[in-house]
Ligand binder design. Structure first.
Ligand code: GLU
Length: 345
């Protein structure tokens, strides 16, 4: 079982010669909110505490939700919070060659195939629809018999043939409960690696980029736990290294238990900034959520790393406790406090 913060920090620590490389990887699909702030502040604070270098990677592949203004705003928000990075901003959409090369390799190995089935057709074929899942399971019965040995980007989706079996990956927070492994054949089945829009999917792009950027420490929300297995599978097929150690942290949720969204109030960082809320107050709230401070208070980002040490009070205990239970809960009083700390005091 978990023995404490020290253990998590120890698992995440590199060596003096190879301290580690992590990334901040915002998707420009909308404004960053307090949930994103927790993720990026935790990533950055661990990096600065443990000596990892930080790559800023804007995951700007086109999706229906991509917004032209969002990449620059994400950079502004991160700077406003007080974060910095050692490399980047790097992007993905400008050069698709590395992802095409990965597709060539997968095709040559007979692992991928083009798929023209529509969502409706997949839905109709699914014996037991995964209720509430936005991603449909694509079972082996839908797979064509033949897989072409060459990848051609001719306006169809390409899927990876996923064999049944649990795929293990490392997670510093969850390993303590036993090895983490997921079976993507049960959750999503043959998932899309190349889209009919002529781009790699997030799964493929993130896997290729993490490897070529030397990323060996990944901190992100636990909504991406299943992606940990999918990316490990792709890494194996592509022969990529390093094998990253993850920390999948619980998401910030509203009092109704649902992940932070508009319905919980305007928690966009840009809106708070416009209201004159100092960044130190946002950082202080996140630090408290993380168990790094005993109560809400203002804190400059540069002081967060020292609060995450084994000698500090809670540090990651707060989020680990939550990993077993409800996660970090954002309440109305948090927003009230951000806007006017004297009001609820
Ligand atoms: N760009 C992804 C997101 O904003 C992050 C993915 C990752 O950390 O692997 O959700």
């Amino acid at each position: 079982m978990v023995s404490g913060t020290g253990q998590v920090m120890q698992v995440l620590s590199g060596t003096p010669d190879a301290p580690g490389v992590t990334r901040l990887a915002p998707s420009p699909t909308g404004a960053l909110h307090l949930g994103n702030a927790l993720s990026f502040l935790l990533t950055w604070a661990l990096a600065r505490r443990l000596g990892w270098s930080v790559v800023l990677r804007i995951e700007d592949l086109e999706t229906p939700r991509t917004k032209a203004w969002a990449a620059q705003q994400a950079i502004d928000d991160l700077r406003w919070l007080g974060l910095d990075w050692d490399e980047g901003p790097l992007t993905q959409a400008g050069d698709l060659e590395p992802y095409r090369a990965a597709m060539d390799r997968l095709a040559w190995a007979g692992l991928v195939y083009p798929c023209t089935l529509s969502r409706r057709e997949i839905e109709a074929a699914a014996s037991a629809p995964n209720e509430g899942d936005h991603e449909l399971r694509f079972g082996p019965e839908l797979r064509p018999a033949e897989r072409p040995p060459r990848f051609d980007d001719a306006g169809t989706n390409w899927r990876l043939a996923v064999d049944p079996g649990a795929v293990p990956f490392r997670d510093a927070l969850l390993d303590a409960h036993g090895p983490v492994a997921r079976d993507p054949s049960l959750s999503v089945g043959d998932f899309v690696v190349w889209t009919k829009g002529g781009q790699p999917s997030y799964q493929l792009a993130a896997t290729v980029d993490d490897a070529r950027q030397g990323v060996d420490r990944i901190v992100r929300g636990d909504d991406l736990l299943d992606s940990g297995a999918r990316q490990a599978l792709l890494r194996g097929h592509l022969g990529l290294s390093p094998e990253p150690i993850h920390l999948h942290h619980p998401l910030v949720r509203g009092a109704d238990g649902r992940r932070l969204a508009k319905r919980h109030g305007d928690t966009r960082l840009a809106s708070l900034r416009d209201l004159g809320v100092p960044a130190e107050r946002v950082v202080g709230l996140v630090a408290w959520w993380l168990g790094a401070t005993p109560r809400r208070g203002e804190l400059a980002a540069r002081h967060l790393p020292e609060r995450l040490g084994p000698d500090s009070i809670g540090s990651l205990n707060g989020i680990r406790a939550n990993a077993d239970g409800g996660g970090v809960t954002f309440g109305e009083e948090d927003l009230t406090w951000l806007i006017d700390p004297s009001a609820g005091a």
